[in-house]
Design a protein around this ligand. Structure first.
Ligand SMILES: O=C(O)[C@@H](COP(=O)(O)O)OP(=O)(O)O
Length: 266
């Protein structure tokens, strides 16, 4: 079985950004708004499951955010790999970064209004947060009063906007304290999460500099594999290995890079 090494000091983690959401399709900042998958995203989730199945991976535990687009992608994958009853841990700490005042706005219109460079800083820089979401923001109540956050984050840690750095401050403790020990104990782990929450974990694993993380764009629905040593450092050449057809992977990466200025995508 792939991903199932005899060497117990090698640990396999498969990660996937959820399939395309309706707001990815319409090029709208989503953050913590609970947007479902687009028809293309549903297909991507199925394709991710098929790819993982064909690669022979089986898992002991899976982690996802509390947002529907990630949960549905994970469920779809688990059904495809014949592990529908796998233990799943859901945490707000794996949610997408909170996009603050930009939440619900068109990425294209925001670039037209504030300039490409400013929007690139908000979207891809390490430590520039978007402007905060104020209480009169159209999505403020929907997010703050959502019962799924009754158990956390508490008032002090509930974000009103997050840079990638701020996102890391909640994803990395979860990686180190919750996922990491399971990986080290020999469990094979699947993580289905979001573009920026995964970028924060990848930055940590691959020790990507604050400047270079600008250039990392994650495609939707394409699984990738890390093989880690006991200290949870990637083995040489075993970082972020995308699974599946090379042409499909290349196109998906190009699509996500070009998303900023794109018009409606079907
Ligand atoms: O919040 C959003 O709009 C996207 C990422 O947007 P960009 O950082 O690519 O603008 O998050 P996801 O679709 O991964 O949940």
């Amino acid at each position: 079985m792939a991903g199932c090494c005899n060497d117990s000091s090698n640990h396999v983690v498969v990660m996937v950004r959820h399939g395309q959401s309706e707001w990815n399709r319409q090029n709208i900042f989503s953050g913590w708004v609970d947007i479902g998958l687009s028809p293309k995203g549903k297909h991507e989730a199925i394709a991710a499951g098929v790819t993982i199945k064909n690669s022979g991976y089986k898992f002991h535990i899976a982690y996802t955010s509390v947002l529907t687009r990630a949960e549905v992608t994970l469920d779809t994958i688990l059904n495809r790999i014949d592990q529908p009853n796998l233990e799943v841990v859901r945490s707000w700490r794996l949610n997408e970064r909170h996009y603050g005042a930009l939440t619900g706005l068109s990425k294209t219109e925001t670039a037209n209004k504030f300039g490409e460079e400013q929007v690139k800083l908000w979207r891809r820089s390490y430590d520039v947060p978007p402007p905060p979401m104020q209480e009169d923001h159209p999505y403020y109540k929907q997010i703050r009063e959502d019962p799924r956050y009754a158990e956390g984050p508490d008032d002090g840690e509930f974000p009103s906007s997050e840079s990638l750095k701020m996102t890391s401050e909640r994803t990395l403790p979860f990686w180190k304290q919750t996922i990491g020990p399971e990986v080290r104990s020999g469990k094979r782990v699947l993580i289905v999460s979001h573009g920026n929450s995964l970028r924060s974990i990848i930055k940590h694993l691959d020790r990507i500099s604050d400047a270079d993380i600008n250039n990392l764009n994650l495609p939707t629905g394409i699984p990738f594999v890390y093989t880690l040593d006991d200290k949870l450092h990637p083995l040489p050449g075993e970082s972020m290995k995308f699974l599946g057809d090379e042409a499909v992977i290349k196109k998906a990466i190009e699509d996500v890079k070009n998303q900023r200025r794109s018009t409606l995508k079907k």
